[in-house]
Ligand binder design. Structure first.
Ligand code: NAD
Length: 454
């Protein structure tokens, strides 16, 4: 299908006003949810073939997020889309002021591979709620999920409204030549820059959902048992291929042995083995090799099981005595390797972390208020948790997004609606009571009155 033709048909469809009615938007959201619900088995099959993600994880980490986003908009769209009356200042009286949430137009949504359904369809849900059309480019790496989404959308929605484009870099490059009213990209900071540059040619607004090295810190005041269990879950979920996974861990020198011991116990209990259904494969050989090269064997303190390159099974690997000079600290790991660094002074540690690029997430395990306050005050990060990992993403009432190198803009819930609409400010002026004071000729007396009034 010719991209330009689809793009033009979406432009015409948007201009027809069809996507703007609230009823239409709700119907499409409802339809998308029903379609996903009735195709859940196919959805599980596809992702299992791609990287052995289990139905449990697919449901809890992908589909529930899409469903809650849809439910949020079905419940709140009337309120969100309603023009909001705001105060009118003296200079504009008599009059009334409003903010209108205006649909943007054609959107381009580019997804990442690691949570392929969630990262492609959750932005789509917000784009629909905002009253837009969408050209959708899922990641090509999980091929079966890409094909599933192509079939689901392209056979059930008109192409002038929603359309999935299969393909990799050449297709994305061709898509980026066209002019959109919004580009929403999820992926690496490296490709984020390519997208940003392409968008600049058309002054197109962008949201960039990127990545980075997200720290986790455990202090001696923490409930260590809870901390280690939640840390391990967040780190090895999706085999560490999670944008908000704790990338590395800082522990206080005095508890490092105890924490390591507890990590081993938790890993032995969970058993992320190559035959378990709760541990996904690495997405491809390139990433598998990249992860192997990050490891300094002398610093490996524990491996939970054995690697199997044929199955792309990469066992949870714990490294200790790690410093910022190590290979594993040079880039986002995006895999099941946990480097542990130790600290003595927490304030200094916050300063070291602040020297790095701003992370997408940060996690603190502590039971001391001062440590928590310092964490929030010192560190700039997209979002995060105190005494947990990952779970902030699952609250549709919290905006989700990065800051600095980890992204531009937010989505989910109300933030998603704002991401895909424009705040159109309108003053509705009465036709009576026009003061002559603002019109020329300007006089000293008029200025004196203006200063007094305003
Ligand atoms: P990626 O940047 O390699 O790919 C993302 C998308 O860009 C894919 O659809 C791909 O086809 C396309 N693409 C790749 N190279 C391109 C090029 N040269 N020109 C145009 N398009 C190109 O990212 P990925 O490997 O899919 O995902 C991993 C990265 O994404 C990590 O950095 C991770 O932290 C980040 N991420 C962020 C979030 C978030 O919500 N902030 C979520 C998931 C992943």
């Amino acid at each position: 299908m010719d991209l330009q033709q689809i793009h033009e048909s979406q432009r015409q469809f948007f201009l027809s006003g069809a996507t703007k009615s609230i009823n239409f938007r709700k119907q499409q959201l409802f339809k998308l949810k029903e379609l996903l619900k009735s195709n859940e088995e196919k959805c599980y099959d596809a992702i299992y073939k791609d990287f052995r993600k289990s139905p449990f994880e697919t449901y809890t980490n992908e589909l529930t997020i899409i469903y809650s986003e849809i439910d949020f908009y079905l419940k709140h769209l009337d309120r969100l889309a309603k023009p909001k009356r705001v105060r009118t200042n003296l200079a504009n009286l008599p009059g009334k002021s409003y903010r209108y949430s205006d649909p943007l137009g054609i959107t381009l949504l580019i997804g990442a591979w690691n949570y392929p359904y969630q990262l492609t369809l959750a932005p789509l849900v917000s784009a629909i709620a905002g009253g837009n059309t969408a050209m959708i480019k899922p990641s090509e790496l999980p091929e079966q999920t890409m094909l599933f989404m192509e079939e689901l959308i392209n056979t059930n929605f008109p192409k002038e409204y929603l359309y999935v484009i299969k393909g990799g870099i050449p297709e994305t490059t061709a898509l980026l030549e066209l002019r959109y009213d919004k580009i929403f990209f999820t992926g690496s900071p490296k490709v984020g820059k390519i997208v940003y540059q392409a968008a600049a040619k058309h002054l197109c607004p962008v949201t960039l959902e990127l990545g980075g090295k997200s720290p986790a810190i455990i202090t001696p005041s923490a409930d260590l048992k809870v901390a280690v269990k939640r840390l391990i879950w967040g780190k090895f979920l999706n085999s560490g291929q999670t944008c908000i996974a704790p990338d590395y861990l800082y522990v206080h020198e005095s508890i490092k042995d105890q924490v390591l011991q507890m990590i081993k116990i938790v890993l032995e209990e969970i058993r992320y083995t190559e035959h378990s259904d709760h541990y996904v494969s690495i997405i491809n050989r390139r990433n598998y090799d990249r992860l192997e090269q990050m490891i300094n064997k002398d610093k490996v303190a524990y491996i939970s099981g054995k690697n199997n390159p044929e199955l792309l099974h990469f066992a949870p690997t714990i490294m200790t005595d790690v410093s910022w000079e190590d290979q594993v600290m040079q880039e986002e790991i995006f895999g099941p390797i946990l480097p542990i660094l130790t600290y003595i002074d927490l304030e200094q540690t916050y300063q070291i972390i602040s020297q790095q690029e701003k992370p997408l997430s940060a996690y603190l395990f502590s039971n001391e208020s001062l440590e928590k306050e310092m964490f929030l005050e010192y560190l700039s990060f997209g979002g995060g948790c105190i005494n947990d990992t990952i779970m902030h993403v699952a609250n549709e009432y919290l905006p989700f997004g990065g800051v600095g190198n980890s992204g531009i803009g937010n989505y989910h819930g109300e933030a998603g609606f704002q991401c895909f609409t424009h705040q159109k400010s309108v003053l509705k002026k009465a036709t009576w009571g026009e003061p002559n004071i603002k019109y020329p000729p300007y006089t000293e007396t008029k200025l004196k009155w203006i200063k007094r009034l305003l």
